[in-house]
Write a protein that binds this ligand. Structure first.
Ligand code: HEM
Length: 309
């Protein structure tokens, strides 16, 4: 089976997220840069072999047809915008996503800098977010983020397109990103028991509430989906805190999820923004605002090594 890109790494101390749009006529340069990325990562890694450095490249729905004339991943479509009674998940532009993870921020910066330099004016960077690991894998809200992620073989199964479902694109993964800007003055004014009800977990010990006490609008109540036909409906999240300190500096969570089908992430988002039942939206959204939303496909390494026409 085709192997996926290096998605399932441990959380690194830093990550850089670059979302780019392809300018008219830039398609040829982008194809060259897709083919050159692996070599570039190897070059930068060779200067610090002890460090972790990986880069995952993903391609958006509209860009797919501009870059390749052949078949496309069966479920690749633009991010589905959602408007609930109170909160909105906007869809925002993005043709390419470069997700760079490293134990050293300078290496992630170097890959991003060199790769975008090779692209020159073929692309426009529409979002650049530098994420950092915060204490023991905590989000800036103070809660541990990522605990219930699948691990090991389960995680491979959760993120990898099955050859039976879409043989041409086996080994790839669908990717969704959203940048969330959090209102920390109002979050920090919320008493800790109410914060815990918001996530459905305790803050210090990170223990999950039992079903009898967890509110139905808790983040983990709305994102934990029941199995269907014995299959778990999970995603692999690799969120990172980001932010500026001074003035109105934006800070919050860069959400990124990999999955074998976009449908699972989309259902979680519906539960969060529209509510389950409708109107019972995720309490977390009363404190944080999604300012971007874009969907991509991360092809297998075999696909990237030998791009189709
Ligand atoms: C769980 C934070 C957005 C899906 C959690 C947890 C935290 C958290 C602290 C509990 C620990 C864990 O299992 O990771 C956040 C923050 C977000 C955000 C701060 C944005 C500001 C999202 C979005 C989705 C999502 C957009 C899906 C579309 C999940 C899932 C779980 C989870 C599936 C595990 C639920 C379970 O099985 O218990 N999140 N999250 N999260 N989150 Fe989020």
């Amino acid at each position: 089976m085709d192997s996926g890109q290096n998605i399932l790494t441990d959380k690194t101390p830093s990550a850089l997220f670059l979302v780019l749009t392809i300018n008219p006529g830039g398609e040829g340069a982008v194809r060259d840069a897709l083919e050159g990325l692996e070599g570039l990562v190897t070059t930068v890694s060779s200067r610090a072999p002890e460090a972790t450095l990986t880069a995952i490249i993903s391609i958006g729905s509209d860009a797919w047809d501009r870059l390749f004339s052949g078949p496309r991943p069966a479920e690749l479509h633009p991010f589905v915008e959602l408007t609930g009674d109170t909160h909105t998940a906007p869809a925002t532009p993005g043709d390419l996503l470069l997700h760079i993870k490293s134990s050293r921020p300078d290496l992630a910066f170097e890959v991003g800098r060199l790769w975008t330099a090779t692209l020159g004016d073929a692309v426009t960077t529409v979002d650049e977010t530098h994420g950092f690991r915060y204490f023991d894998l905590r989000d800036l809200t103070g809660f541990v983020d990522g605990t219930e992620n699948p691990a090991g073989d389960d995680a491979v199964q959760v993120i990898t397109v099955d050859p039976d479902d879409d043989p041409e694109f086996a080994g790839g993964s669908y990717v969704a990103v959203q940048k969330y800007v959090t209102d920390f003055p109002s979050w920090n004014a919320l008493p800790v028991p109410d914060q815990e009800n918001t996530f459905g977990r305790s803050k210090l010990e990170n223990v999950e509430m039992d079903d009898d006490t967890k509110p139905s609008n808790a983040h983990t109540a709305l994102t934990n989906l029941p199995d269907v036909d014995g299959q778990s409906q999970e995603i692999f999240r690799d969120n990172m805190p980001f932010g500026d300190i001074a003035g109105d500096g934006e800070k919050g969570t860069y959400f990124i999820a990999y999955s074998k089908t976009p449908a699972i992430t989309e259902l979680m988002l519906r539960n969060m923004f529209i509510g389950d039942p409708v109107g019972n939206h995720d309490r977390l959204l009363d404190f944080t605002t999604a300012v971007t939303g874009t969907q991509f496909f991360a092809p297998s390494t075999d696909f990237l090594a030998d791009l189709p026409e």
